[in-house]
Structure formats: C-alpha cells, structure tokens
Design a protein around this ligand. Structure first.
Ligand SMILES: CC(=O)N[C@H]1[C@@H](OP(=O)(O)OP(=O)(O)OC[C@H]2O[C@@H](n3ccc(=O)[nH]c3=O)[C@H](O)[C@@H]2O)O[C@H](CO)[C@@H](O)[C@@H]1O
Ligand SMILES: C=C(OP(=O)(O)O)C(=O)O
Length: 331
C-alpha cells in the first residue's frame, strides 16, 4: 500500500495500523513511500489484543478488516466509534465475518475461514448531509434532506440549534432546516465521535463568520486544519488563528472574491461562504472538492444556488491525494 495521501491537514501517520498488524504477526516495512506488509512464511494473521493509543478511524477499520480472516480472536480496545466503523462491521458481517461491538470502544472479531459476496447499501454520508445543512443555514434557506440518519448527526444538529438554526426531524430519515432569524456565536471543539466531527469544522467556521458575536473553534483532531481561515478573510470574514484555535468575530456580510481551496472540507466551506457572499466568488481547488463530494455544484444548483463550474472535471488520471499527476524527477 502507498502511504496515505488525502488532505494536507496534518501528519496522517499510520503507526497504529502498523503496530496492530505487527501484533497480529505481520512483518511491515515502509520504503520509498510504500508500506509492505506480509505474514512471514505465508499463512494467516493471528488474533491479538490491540489497544489503540488514540481512537483512529482508519486504524480501527484496517485492523477490524484484517482480523475477519485471521486465526482466532482479536480484541480492539479504545476503538473508534464513528458510524462508518459500525457500517463497515455490518457489511463484513453480511459477508460472513464475526464482528461484535463495532460502534463501541471495544470490538471483538472472531476470524472466519472466508468471506462471501453480498449486496449491501452503505449509510448516508453524514458529512455531506452536514454540508447541506450549513448551506441552508448560511443562506437562510429552507432545505429538506433525505435519506439521512439523524442519530449520526447529533453534535452537528445540536450546534446548529445552539447557533439559532431551527431543525425539525420529520420522520426517521428526514431533516428539515428552516431559516434562522439571527445566527449566534458559539464554541466548537472537534473530537472523535460522538464529539463534534473535524470534517464539519471548516463549514461551521464559514457559518460563524456571519454570526453575531465572537466564536472560538478549537481543532483538536488534526494539527494543521485551519488553512481556510485566511481564505475566508479574503471574503471579508474576521478570523484570527492562534495555534489550533480560530477566533471568529462575526461580520454583517461577506463580499465575493477569488479564493483557493486548500483541502476537501476547506473547499466546501469556501463554496458555502461564496453562496452567502455578496457578488461573485471564484473558487479554485475543484480537485479537492470532487474527491469528497458527488457534484456538490449540481446539487446546489438544483437547490437554487447561483453556481457554475467553469472548468470541467479533468480527464487525466488523478494521484491518490486527488491532485493532478506530479512531475517525475529521477536520478
Ligand atoms: C477521529 C477522527 O475524527 N477521525 C477522522 C479522520 O479519520 P482518519 O481515519 O483519516 O484519521 P484517524 O481517525 O485515523 O486520525 C485521528 C487521529 O489519530 C492520529 N493517528 C491516526 C492513525 C495512526 O496510525 N496514528 C495516529 O496517531 C491522527 O494523526 C489523528 O490525529 O479523518 C476522516 C477524514 O477527515 C474523518 O472522517 C474521521 O472522522
Ligand atoms: C480529510 C478528509 O478526507 P481524507 O481523509 O481523504 O483526506 C475528509 O473527508 O474531510
């Protein structure tokens, strides 16, 4: 496997994945940006008891999947509790795996000889849902969203209500967002699930630029995930960043400007801010946006936004982090 690409929002280490696989009997070597993992002498991984220093989503998923076909029992302690972990476990179980406890901090997996194919529908994307909720909130619009799982959005819905945005649960898989009279400042700290999701931090920063009063946003999951602040300031926001905290002083309006998306959710935040800004905003950074959203521009257009893609989705192959292929330099 190549080392992870993804958004440049911090170190993106894989030590927990590697240590877990080693505890299960794998040899792991990392060279030239490639992670080679294998079981010495062939054969299968062995079940192990693994404690994660931090509840990493990716490491929990890697180790849970590896354990489905290992010999014996694996226990993952301090596992990530994100809904996607539980959904992945349900998917693996539908293929014949024996996983218990996914969605809690202790997951037990009993290895099985093999998995079989299955038809499976994955859960709705809670971050995409949250992005549309903020789109409605920032433009003071009414939006009906379905299918959604409101239980996966508890911290996001709670924060929106605290900010003054009315949200009604209309049935088990439907949310209606109504225009807010006023937006109020708040405090946000990103945390592993069920805390406030780091992926919603940038869109909420865009929203809070237009709230009355001073908000504080503390990003505690990734160490470099506030780069959208300076781009939001180009649109007239008043944000100061110190360390991992952003101090957002609400302004009465934003004004359109050219902006650059530095990562996936930063890009979404800038598009949302552009919808609310007076005048024309030109956004660059579509390769980030298109990596995480299925044609966000078209869905916003259907909701009545004035948005136009001026550059079509590029055809050349993309690298693992979604950018265009790099120049190759060899010695
Ligand atoms: C806990 C959390 O909010 N996870 C988010 C994280 O998942 P993703 O799986 O990308 O990241 P992790 O959950 O693994 O990372 C959480 C924290 O653990 C650290 N870490 C991770 C792996 C490792 O081997 N060693 C290590 O120290 C990371 O540096 C980070 O500070 O980004 C995704 C995309 O934005 C989000 O959908 C996930 O909700
Ligand atoms: C950072 C994100 O994705 P990735 O882990 O792929 O970089 C994200 O989904 O917000």
């Amino acid at each position: 496997m190549p080392l992870p690409g993804g958004c440049a929002i911090g170190a993106r280490p894989v030590d927990l994945h590697v240590r877990g696989l080693q505890a299960m009997g794998a040899e792991v070597q990392i060279e030239h940006g490639i992670c080679n993992a294998y079981v010495p002498g062939g054969g299968r991984l062995k079940g192990a008891k693994i404690y994660l220093d931090t509840p990493s989503v990716g490491a929990t998923e890697t180790l849970m999947m590896a354990a489905t076909l290992a010999d014996g029992e694996t226990i993952i302690e301090n596992a990530a509790r994100e809904p996607e972990v539980a959904d992945l476990a349900n998917f693996c179980n539908a293929m014949g795996a024996k996983i218990h406890g996914a969605g809690t901090s202790i997951i037990t997996i009993v290895g099985v000889p093999q998995l079989h194919s299955v038809d499976y529908s994955i859960i709705p994307d809670r971050i995409e849902t949250g992005t549309f909720l903020v789109a409605g909130a920032i433009t003071r619009s009414e939006i009906l969203l379905s299918p959604v799982v409101p239980d996966h959005l508890i911290p996001v819905i709670a924060k929106l209500r605290e900010i003054g945005v009315p949200i009604i649960e209309e049935g088990p898989d439907c949310l209606r967002l109504l225009p807010a009279e006023t937006l109020k400042a708040t405090y946000i700290e990103t945390l592993p699930h069920p805390g406030f999701p780091t992926d919603m931090q940038a869109p909420f920063m865009a929203l809070l630029t237009l709230a009355e009063g001073d908000s504080i946003i503390n990003e505690s999951v990734f160490e470099n995930r506030l780069r959208h602040a300076s781009e939001l300031n180009r649109l007239g926001a008043d944000i100061r960043v110190k360390g991992n905290a952003a101090f957002v002083r609400g302004v009465p309006m934003l004004s359109g400007a050219p902006v650059l998306g530095t990562d996936l959710r930063a890009s979404a935040a800038l598009v949302l801010a552009g919808l609310a800004a007076e005048g024309l905003t030109t956004f660059q950074g579509l390769h980030h946006l298109d990596r995480g959203y299925d044609r966000l521009d078209l869905k916003l257009l259907q909701l009545g936004a004035k948005i136009k893609r001026v550059q079509e989705i590029p055809t050349p192959e993309l690298t693992s982090n979604g950018s265009n292929p790099p120049v190759t330099i060899s010695t």
